[in-house]
Design a protein around this ligand. Sequence first.
Ligand SMILES: [Cu+2]
Length: 158
Amino acid sequence: MRMLPVTAALVLAILTIGAIEEKDISQEEVVVTVDSTNLRFSPQSVTVTEGDSVRFFWSGELLAHNAVSYDGLFDSGDASRNVDYSFKFEVGTNGTHEYLCEPHEEFGMTGTVFVEPLTIVEEESPDEDGGSGSLPAAGLLGTATMVFGAAIYPKKRD
Ligand SMILES: [Cu+2]
């Protein structure tokens, strides 16, 4: 099995890359379901950050429900007693997104997703004369920012 060390190294490299990417943007999933009254979302409002997903999930409900945003951003489809629909709030979707259950809007079956902007905190001190105790994470972020900047900036200037 001569290929084993090579394969192992490759797998390790892939895993390392995956770990770094995952570190940069942590994605979370928030679940919204239907409460015991069958006419309310639970929780009725959730707060996420851009890049996160909201999963509308219920099964075996007495009534059929769906989740449709008033602004048209997301739509779980036809009302159903079994729904498993995830929507990822991409960068740029920050703001307040109210949604309804179409069959039960008149009963007050509505909800709200607050999406907070994804902010990249830069470790930049105004005066650089002091010791540069550069954190590895900050260095990595700086490098990533520079790479992104280099990729985007020249195009914008043309
Ligand atoms: Cu409903």
